[in-house]
Design a protein around this ligand. Structure first.
Ligand code: GLN
Length: 192
């Protein structure tokens, strides 16, 4: 299993460390040449979605990545990665992948209270998992084909649509590998 990790900015090294713990290989995507390597899945890390969007556009990566996701490449977006996947963002016109049938709100918890830690349940994972939120978005609503996987205080914080997985929190910032294992299983299942 070889996972591409978008590495333009943000928390990509932490994702690679957790993948390693799960015995999955990974490599960094910084340009089109990197992108053209064979891969079984893609992780879009947290960071700053406006910057990420701008860099993707400038590097000519936005459309090839978007096409691959549309064609079924398994993808996992965390935080800013969730924003990149969301079809609709309240008041945000900038270019994103927009492949997932969700409406998300950026910096949804407010700038001051936006960062917090909790422990919660996610569908498909047996135990409770750590959830670290950093100036996080949440999912306001989901449309056709999207399964809600986790809610915290009545807000949707994880969802899946076919081969697309998105979390508002950062599983890569804790030691627990459950969400990454879930994603790797999603990839294995998609090959069956
Ligand atoms: N608030 C950031 C954004 O809107 C996301 C924060 C994060 O990824 N930790 O892009």
């Amino acid at each position: 299993m070889r996972i591409a990790v978008l590495a333009l900015q943000g928390a990509f090294e932490e994702h690679r460390a957790l993948l390693k713990k799960c015995n999955a290989d990974s490599f960094e995507i910084r340009n089109l040449e990197d992108w053209n390597q064979p891969k079984d899945g893609l992780i879009i890390p947290g960071g700053e979605s406006t910057t990420m969007s701008k860099l993707l556009h400038e590097l000519g990566l936005l459309e090839p990545v978007q096409d691959a996701i549309r064609n079924g490449l398994p993808v996992f977006g965390t935080c800013a990665g969730l924003i990149m996947l969301a079809e609709t963002i309240e008041g945000k016109p900038e270019k994103r992948f927009s492949t997932m049938n969700i409406v998300a709100r950026r910096n949804a918890y407010g700038r001051q209270l936006g960062s917090f830690f909790t422990i919660g349940k996610m569908k498909g994972i047996e135990k409770e998992i750590p959830m670290t939120f950093i100036r996080a978005p949440y999912i306001e609503s989901v449309k056709d084909g999207v399964e809600i996987l986790a809610e915290v205080d009545g807000k949707i914080v994880a969802a899946r649509q076919g081969n697309q997985l998105a979390t508002a929190f950062h599983p890569e910032l804790n030691e627990d590998v459950s969400v990454h294992s879930y994603f790797l299983k999603m990839i294995r299942d998609s090959k069956k």
